[in-house]
Design a protein around this ligand. Structure first.
Ligand SMILES: Nc1ncnc2c1ncn2[C@@H]1O[C@H](COP(=O)(O)OP(=O)(O)OP(=O)(O)O)[C@@H](O)[C@H]1O
Ligand SMILES: [Mg+2]
Length: 361
């Protein structure tokens, strides 16, 4: 998978911009605050229609403007024109100039893997952040995942609403609660199956990646979910616990409570791991993800290494780049070219951000 060109209109600090990329290695180089991450963010938004650093799409629009457009020519099995337009009414996506009304159809087309500095923070955050990690990656790999997830969330909302109603009016029908519960389980079980398969597959690669770059150690991701049993058993579990849910007026069990635990040598890395080990574990996860995407899609994702040199020593970054296949198109942002090996600089296209005429057409 390769992005050949990128065209921006009023995206972040860029008014108009067109770039042509190297199909192997691209380096965005320049001072802090100059707009390096903005460029990899644009590639990310072109792929997933959402940013990795803001939940509010409007922040992507250049200050004082009313809309932004990101366009790119991307080679997957075929070469196509992708386009994302964001304005205050919302978001519109196109492939080859045809509007794609279902985002789910768009999102799974271009695969991307992003490595950022300081991602180990995920271990300190709430389980919802770790679920978000699963959701983003699964939406990118399985095009119906997002449909099941949306359906689950819709039923969850209805069920919570109904539980509140029953809480206020204890004469309400439990039959309707049964129906909602069964629907919740139906969609939730699909999500569970996808998450389980994904984690099992990541576990096939993650330890090897960790060892090849960092240190000796076995990494294993444990998946904690309320939905490990079969649908009848899960339903019975809800039934036994209806009273608890009725007393609180909300759904207490389901895949909206899932969590993943990273273990290093069988111990929870969030509790036992050093800062460096946590950092390495999340990088090993992303590298495993690259292999998984290759296995699923038959081509490597686009890889972004944003500011990784500020987080890791040069040797580690060198090791990461060394084990990457030449077939992976990679984007690196850095403030310091000296940190990058000459052998890499030779084959890369270097974009000197801020000092380069190409940046504003
Ligand atoms: N919506 C926007 N409109 C205009 N400018 C914006 C917008 N959002 C962010 N910026 C500007 O973009 C710049 C930040 O760009 P970016 O995060 O890409 O920097 P960077 O080169 O990655 O820096 P660092 O090396 O510190 O990571 C800031 O100067 C900020 O003011
Ligand atoms: Mg940056």
């Amino acid at each position: 998978m390769k992005i050949l060109t990128l065209k921006l209109s009023n995206f972040r600090n860029y008014e108009k911009l067109k770039l042509i990329f190297n199909d192997n290695l691209n380096i965005f180089y320049g001072n802090n605050g100059i707009g390096k991450t903005n460029l990899v963010e644009a590639i990310y938004v072109l792929s997933l229609t959402k940013s990795f650093r803001t939940n509010n799409d409007r922040n992507l629009i250049k200050d004082g403007e009313i809309s932004t457009k990101i366009e790119g020519e991307v080679e997957t099995n075929t070469t196509n024109e992708y386009e994302v337009v964001i304005n205050k009414e919302g978001k519109k996506v196109k492939i080859d100039n045809n509007v794609v009304s279902k985002l789910s159809e768009y999102i799974s087309k271009i695969n991307i893997v992003l490595l950022e500095a300081d991602e180990q923070i995920i271990f300190e955050e709430s389980p919802s952040e770790r679920r978000k990690l699963l959701n983003i990656e699964l939406c990118n790999i399985k095009n119906d995942y997002i449909i099941y997830l949306n359906n689950y969330n819709k039923i969850l909302k209805q069920r919570n609403f109904y539980l509140k109603e029953l809480y206020l009016n204890s004469n309400g029908s439990l039959e309707y609660l049964d129906i909602l519960t069964k629907k919740l389980i139906e969609y939730g079980k699909k999500i569970y199956d996808y998450r389980k398969e994904f984690i099992d597959n990541i576990n096939k690669y993650i330890s090897d990646k960790y060892k090849s770059i960092f240190e000796y150690g076995d990494i294993f991701i444990k998946y904690n979910s309320d939905y490990t049993k079969n649908e009848d058993e899960i339903f019975n579990y809800y039934k036994i616990n209806y009273n608890k849910e009725l007393n609180l007026g909300k759904t207490l069990y389901g895949i909206h409570h899932d969590d993943i635990i990273f273990q290093l040598n069988k111990k929870d890395i969030a509790i036992w791991g050093s800062n460096g080990q946590k950092k390495n574990a999340i990088i090993a996860f992303k590298l495993a993800l690259i292999e998984l995407i290759y296995a699923e899609k038959g081509s490597y994702p686009i890889l972004i290494l944003d500011d990784l040199f500020s987080a890791l020593d040069n040797l580690k970054v060198k090791n990461i780049i060394k084990i990457l296949s030449d077939n992976i198109q990679t984007f690196i942002t850095t403030t310091d070219l000296e940190k990058i090996d000459n052998s890499l600089l030779e084959k890369a296209d270097i974009f000197d951000i801020g000092n380069c005429g190409v940046f504003n057409e």
